[in-house]
Design a protein around this ligand. Structure first.
Ligand SMILES: Cc1cc2nc3c(=O)[nH]c(=O)nc-3n(C[C@H](O)[C@H](O)[C@H](O)COP(=O)(O)OP(=O)(O)OC[C@H]3O[C@@H](n4cnc5c(N)ncnc54)[C@H](O)[C@@H]3O)c2cc1C
Length: 501
């Protein structure tokens, strides 16, 4: 029986981060991945030689004062990736079809405030108060700052128990302003009436401060982790998962049985997978009814229907730069994230220039909120073996989306080609998630997520459903759990040493 200090289950950005934190601290780590390759949502895929991103397109926090900059510095991979910052003046553009009006949102909080005050001249004090509140929440959240190690900041704030919608209603009656301030809900997939103002603020602050892509997307991140892994005792095994937990004594698991029949012993096992998948692995007789009911009651965040398109090679308009354009049919963001919405959808369009094997591609990835309910009829089918009715559903959605892109950018007419598309079922099957949601569980107000120690004491939970979604939230969850496993003193020394480098 092979022995490890730690088994990390799942090799998305959370699992990669967890394995590296533990490996860098002298532990012998096994990283288990169910898929044939590592990376989870951050890995790219290639169609006709063109690179497309699955679940990582842009991020905040990569500027020198940003949290992602610090995280990558600690992990020693900051210099192994190349950030590409989006245009400071119009990184995000929101187009409201009901108003027929485009709003260009810069980054840098002072720049955003100035721009908003220009768009909404009578709302200056609401705008100031909104950004003050966002800053205040983040300043009092320990997980937002790796440098605030021993601070006595509160874990839960008053704003953890107030919805985004309630706070915005208290600030302004302007529906367009409210929709613009809630627009980043597409980056966490929860309605303004369901997300807490605190979690909305934690998700948005980084994106308000800067917006960047990474050259070669998530594959560059994965390569950086692989490079670092070589220096430590970290073993990766793909196509493997835990089938059974055995020798459970004093609430500790003694043996981990893999799907291949191999038996492994480890001091700890950290799951960075969906909470419902964790529940399937834990033996029911060791769980309380309250625990089972809590985990089973987690709902899913929104998912996406995505089209991956490319512009004609001859199209080399110099104004094609990386931007994010969100088209909202109206200002009701709750409705746009409601699975029951049968009207027009939001559409997020991400443009990027990709270099691959000496060729340049102008790619367009789009995201339309979508839910398991939309594809339930085909839930028992697997990718590559779906019926004609499903193909027809996808074809119709792709055609409509391409039509909307051309409406927004008329010059792309006859120049844009859909190369691939993905439904919530595609995401479910490729990412081994139970429901294909984009951000794991829905982060609802006052929800008690699955983070850290599980009912069996040498098992832990991390990942996007534990703290916050997005690559920053997923990585932060691994730092939080890493602190428990390494214990405070060793963890603090590790951070201090690497933050100073
Ligand atoms: C379409 C889409 C667009 C997105 N865009 C962005 C974006 O632009 N910016 C951003 O920051 N975030 C974005 N996100 C969210 C972001 O991708 C996630 O929050 C983050 O990558 C999740 O990381 P994770 O490690 O928690 O989980 P995952 O990436 O889901 O990794 C989990 C891994 O565990 C594996 N696994 C599952 N079950 C088992 C098992 N039983 N045993 C072993 N392995 C298992 C899976 O195969 C997978 O590799 C997007 C997500 C989607 C779907």
């Amino acid at each position: 029986m092979k022995k490890y200090d730690d088994i990390v289950v799942g090799s998305g950005i959370s699992g990669l981060t967890m394995a590296l934190i533990l490996g860098m601290n002298g532990r012998k780590v096994l990283l288990l991945e169910k898929s044939p390759r590592i990376g989870g949502s951050v890995s790219r895929f290639y169609k006709r030689g063109i690179p497309f991103d699955t679940g990582f397109h842009f991020t905040g926090g990569l500027d020198r004062s940003g949290i992602l900059h610090d995280i990558l510095l600690v992990l020693g991979i900051r210099d192994l990736i190349q950030p590409i910052f989006l245009s400071e003046d119009k990184a995000h553009c929101f187009f409201f079809e009901s108003e027929n009006r485009l709003y260009e949102i810069p980054y840098g909080i002072e720049n955003i405030k100035k721009k908003f005050k220009g768009y909404f001249p009578g709302e200056g004090s609401s705008i100031d108060r909104y950004f003050d509140k966002v800053r205040q929440v983040c300043a009092h959240t320990p997980s937002m700052n790796l440098r605030a190690l021993d601070s006595s900041l509160q874990l839960h704030l008053e704003e953890d128990f107030l919805s985004l919608e309630d706070v915005l209603n208290g600030l302004t009656g302007n529906n367009v302003l409210k929709a613009l301030l809630s627009g980043f809900a597409m980056c966490y997939g929860v309605m303004p009436k369901e997300i807490s103002f605190a979690n909305h603020s934690r998700m948005c602050l980084n994106l308000y401060e800067s917006v960047a892509r990474i050259k070669d997307g998530g594959d560059a991140l994965i390569r950086a982790y692989e490079t670092k892994f070589k220096n430590f005792d970290i073993e990766i095994q793909c196509n493997k998962y835990i089938a059974n937990l055995e020798d459970i004594q004093n609430k500790r698991v003694g043996r981990f049985i893999l799907n291949t029949g191999e038996e492994i012993s480890a001091v700890n096992c950290i799951f960075t997978i969906h909470p419902r998948e964790i529940l399937k692995i834990l033996p029911e007789q060791h769980l309380s009814k309250a625990f089972i009911s809590r985990v089973s009651s987690f709902e899913s965040s929104a998912g996406f229907f995505s089209v991956f398109a490319v512009l004609d090679k001859k199209y080399n308009d110099s104004d094609f730069d990386s931007t994010i354009v969100s088209i909202f049919p109206h200002t009701d963001v709750n409705l746009l994230l409601d699975p029951a919405n049968t009207g027009a959808s939001a559409l997020v369009i991400m443009k990027s220039i990709e270099e691959e094997r000496g060729k340049t591609y102008r790619t367009i990835n789009t995201f339309e909120p979508s839910f398991f309910e939309h594809v339930e009829a085909w839930k028992d089918t697997k990718t590559g073996h779906r019926p004609q009715s499903y193909m027809d559903y996808k074809k119709e959605r792709v055609e409509k989306i391409i039509g909307r892109i051309v409406n927004t950018f008329p010059k792309y007419k006859d120049r844009i080609k859909a190369v691939d598309s993905a439904s919530v079922l595609t995401f479910r099957d490729y990412l081994n998630s139970p429901d294909g949601s984009a951000y794991g569980v829905k982060q609802k107000i006052s929800q008690f997520n699955l983070l850290g120690k599980l009912p069996l004491r040498n098992l832990h939970a991390a990942g996007q459903s534990s703290v916050l979604p997005g690559i920053i939230g997923a990585m932060m969850s691994s730092f939080i759990v890493g602190r428990t496993i390494l214990e405070k003193e060793k963890y603090n020394k590790f951070l201090n040493q690497n933050l100073c480098n």
